[in-house]
Design a protein around this ligand. Structure first.
Ligand SMILES: [Fe+2]
Ligand SMILES: [Fe+2]
Length: 182
């Protein structure tokens, strides 16, 4: 059982709701935006590495707990509004549109409004990761130092690729909805 089980509970609920059906399949009736599996896997891997850092005990565990405190609410919100729209990228890139996709607009509008907060949370995560990295370095735990660096890359990927892509999904769905209504 992960030591920060609340986060995994969220993943568990999401997995339970996912029935594995893919967007782009015209027989699919439920066009609910779903988080692409590789993104879920990446978050899960980060959480496993947090668990390993907690197991180190002492100062490393203290710094890890501070990192979890700032990461947890951020990851939950990210999974609510930033990642599900990315599940539509494949369909949209093939020129597809279905009115069921409109439900993504609530998420992408929220992401647009909350983006400054989410970027600030990344700063807090980077600061907490930097202090964990220092504690890990003094203890010779290079694996945890590497984890902190990977977390920085994860945040940068979201800032430069994933969040903008999610916002573009909203723009494209809105435009196709308007064209559909004509
Ligand atoms: Fe993330
Ligand atoms: Fe993030």
């Amino acid at each position: 059982m992960p030591q920060h089980g609340a986060i995994f509970e969220v993943y568990g609920r999401r997995r339970a709701r996912s029935d594995g059906r893919a967007f782009g399949n015209t027989e699919v009736k439920d066009m609910k935006p779903q988080i692409p599996q590789p993104l879920t896997t990446e978050h899960q891997k980060l959480h496993r590495r947090l668990d390993a850092a907690l197991d180190a005990g002492g100062e490393i565990a203290d710094a890890t707990r501070r990192l979890i405190d700032v990461m947890h609410p951020h990851f939950v919100r990210e999974e609510e509004i930033a990642m599900p729209p990315l599940g539509l990228l494949g369909s949209l890139s093939r020129g597809e549109y279905d009115p069921e996709m409109d439900r993504v607009l609530e998420m992408t509008d929220a992401l647009g409004a909350e983006l400054p907060v989410m970027l600030k949370e990344h700063e807090a995560i980077r600061e907490a990761a930097a202090s964990l990295s220092r504690a890990a370095e003094s203890a010779g735990r290079n694996d945890i130092v590497d984890f902190c660096a990977d977390l920085g890359v994860h945040a940068a990927t979201e800032e430069e690729v994933l969040y903008p892509a999610a916002l573009l999904v909203g723009d494209i769905v809105r435009r196709r909805r308007e064209n559909d209504a004509d």
